[in-house]
Write a protein that binds this ligand. Structure first.
Ligand SMILES: NC(=O)c1ccc[n+]([C@@H]2O[C@H](COP(=O)([O-])OP(=O)(O)OC[C@H]3O[C@@H](n4cnc5c(N)ncnc54)[C@H](O)[C@@H]3O)[C@@H](O)[C@H]2O)c1
Length: 364
């Protein structure tokens, strides 16, 4: 069995769970970590038993590294990924793939010309919860798909996040931040998007931070903070997604509901890997909880990297793909533009519905 060597660049908040999982899978190995802050990389290497901690440039020159896992901040995603691909490495980015559409297109085109793969988070939708919901849909349990609704109703990040400013600048806001989870789930369940429209709003022009170290910091809000997206799918279903940092009180809400001609499914939080999955057939008063018995129900961030590593070996398509992430980036930009222009917009970057996950753990 070939053990794929992964090099992680960006040793911040989210890196710990990737290190934990990718050092535990039999088919992957974390061979090195890198960060602008070398001490941070060295600490992570020591904590997780990784042999090498060095600069990105050294990682790109290291013949052992096959996949560069890019966990840098969104503003650096494009440049770091382009450097990795130019060095002949496969690359897997945290979300969003890049900030701008043109950057995503440039990255995908370069990767194709170099014969390397581009993958992208989120891989939560490869988890047991969303995949169980998908199995119900694919088995025809709710009939033909009619519509979906998604809700991410929050009050913003400045009360808890250590670095809240970028969430209120261009490329931030609730759709770019949380939309990838919901939209990846939508495409997994309903297929690619054909056109969108939307309405956006900004309830507060300024935010006052209270998170540790930022007490009293005034943040000018330069991006919409409440967004209603209307989404049509190529397969014929329609959906609505509300993402908000402007709902200061909440009455409780589901995450995603999917409706068909014979029933509905209440889909679990797409920012998690497990259940519950609830099914209600036409004429039933109550939900039935469907047993979630697939693998990857715990926090399995990194399973998308594992899937890409195995896909490279066998030559099949990988599921958490750069193409899907680029499609969703296009969709998120298009919703904002549609609100400004007052019309529908069709995405220009084609989407693909990933293959369903197997019912057992991924194998070589
Ligand atoms: N923190 C979370 O809960 C979370 C959850 C899901 C996704 N994400 C995504 O993961 C990514 C990273 O988030 P985070 O919270 O870990 O950020 P972070 O700011 O904690 O860490 C980012 C790290 O990347 C390093 N870095 C930045 N630019 C670099 C460059 N050019 N070369 C080398 N190193 C560089 C920084 O020094 C830092 O250590 C983001 O895209 C974010 O959207 C984060």
């Amino acid at each position: 069995m070939h053990q794929t060597s992964v090099g992680i660049v960006g040793c911040g908040n989210i890196s710990g769970i990737y290190l934990k999982n990718l050092t535990s899978y039999a088919q992957t190995k974390v061979a090195a970590v890198a960060d602008l802050d070398l001490n941070r990389a060295k600490e992570k290497a020591a904590e997780h038993g990784v042999a090498k901690a060095y600069s990105l440039e050294e990682m790109l020159a290291d013949p052992e590294i096959e996949i560069v896992l890019n966990l840098t901040i969104p503003a650096a995603h494009h440049q770091v990924a382009m450097q990795a691909v130019n060095a002949g490495k496969h690359v897997y980015n945290e979300k969003p793939l890049t900030v701008e559409r043109a950057e995503a297109q440039e990255l995908l085109a370069l990767a194709e010309s170099k014969g390397v793969r581009v993958g992208c988070a989120p891989d939560t939708v490869l988890g047991a919860g969303t995949q169980t919901a998908r199995e119900l849909i694919d088995n025809g349990e709710i009939g033909d798909l009619v519509s979906a609704q998604g809700w991410m109703m929050g009050s913003g990040v400045e009360t808890w996040h250590p670095n809240p400013v970028f969430y209120y600048k261009k490329g931030g806001g609730p759709l770019f931040d949380m939309g990838p989870y919901y939209l990846s789930a939508f495409v997994t369940l309903l297929g690619p998007v054909s056109r969108v429209t939307g309405s956006t709003k900004t309830a507060l022009k300024q935010r006052v931070a209270s998170s540790k170290g930022n007490e009293g910091l005034v943040i000018d809000v330069e991006t919409p903070t409440h967004i209603h997206s209307i989404i049509d799918f190529a397969g014929g279903a329609v959906a609505q997604l509300t993402t908000s940092f402007d709902t200061m009180a909440s009455g409780g809400y589901p995450n995603i509901d999917v409706y068909g001609t014979k029933g509905m499914i209440r889909v679990p939080d797409p920012n998690t890997f497990g259940g519950p999955v609830l099914l209600k057939r036409q004429g039933e008063d109550d939900f039935t909880e469907i047993e979630v018995k697939r693998p990857y129900s715990e926090n399995s961030r990194g399973v998308g990297v594992l899937d890409m590593a195995l896909a490279i070996q066998s030559g099949r398509a990988h599921r958490a793909s750069g193409q899907l992430a680029a499609h969703l980036l296009d969709v998120m930009h298009a919703v904002h533009e549609a609100s400004d222009l007052g019309r529908h917009i069709a995405p220009v970057i084609a989407g693909v519905r990933p293959e369903a996950m197997p019912a057992t753990e991924l194998q070589a």
